[in-house]
Write a protein that binds this ligand. Structure first.
Ligand code: 4NP
Length: 162
């Protein structure tokens, strides 16, 4: 992996609900701390179904109510280059984690794991897929992603110092 900013890639299934939310929330945290030049943020899905589409309007609305702007984001699918461009590949759930591990080059030296490993205080280990569920699922996604964003930033800061 090349020198330069630390790359963080959030990964879900469709890249229209959970990972775009994580992308916007974490990006805002990074900007607030003036770390845009040090940490690069992106998101993708493991499935191709929604490639090119904007985030789900329900995710956009829930995020906007908490001060995050998802509107510039467009869905894309996980690709081979992602393993060379990103140091952290963070899955929203176990099934997407499995895809990340299965597709990885054997010598991938970055971190592949669950996003919520960075929110040990949360009851969940996976960010529940809100796509087919009730509206409050989108708020829960935001709460979990906000909790993990703090832990993830702390981890990256520790790594930068060491
Ligand atoms: P996401 O949610 O993985 O959080 O973007 C989903 C979006 C679309 C579908 C499933 C989950 N889908 O079946 O189309």
């Amino acid at each position: 992996m090349t020198d330069g900013p630390i790359g963080v890639l959030f990964v879900c299934l469709g890249n229209i609900c959970r990972s775009p939310t994580a992308d916007a929330v974490f990006r805002q945290r990074v900007q607030t701390r003036g770390l845009e030049g040090r940490i690069r943020v992106d998101s993708c899905g493991t499935a191709p179904w929604h490639v090119g589409k904007p985030p789900d309007p329900r995710s956009v609305a829930a995020a906007r109510a908490r001060g995050y702007d998802l509107s510039p984001l467009r869905a894309r699918q996980l690709c081979w280059e992602d393993y060379f461009d990103f140091h952290y590949l963070l899955a929203m759930d176990e099934s997407n984690l499995e895809v990340l591990r299965r597709e990885a080059p054997v010598d991938y030296a970055g971190h592949i794991g669950l996003l919520l490993d960075f929110a040990p205080e949360a009851a969940e280990r996976e960010v529940p897929d809100p796509y087919y569920g009730a509206g409050d699922g989108f708020v829960r996604v935001l709460e979990l992603v906000e909790a993990a964003s703090e832990g993830l930033l702390a981890e990256i800061a520790r790594r930068e110092r060491s």
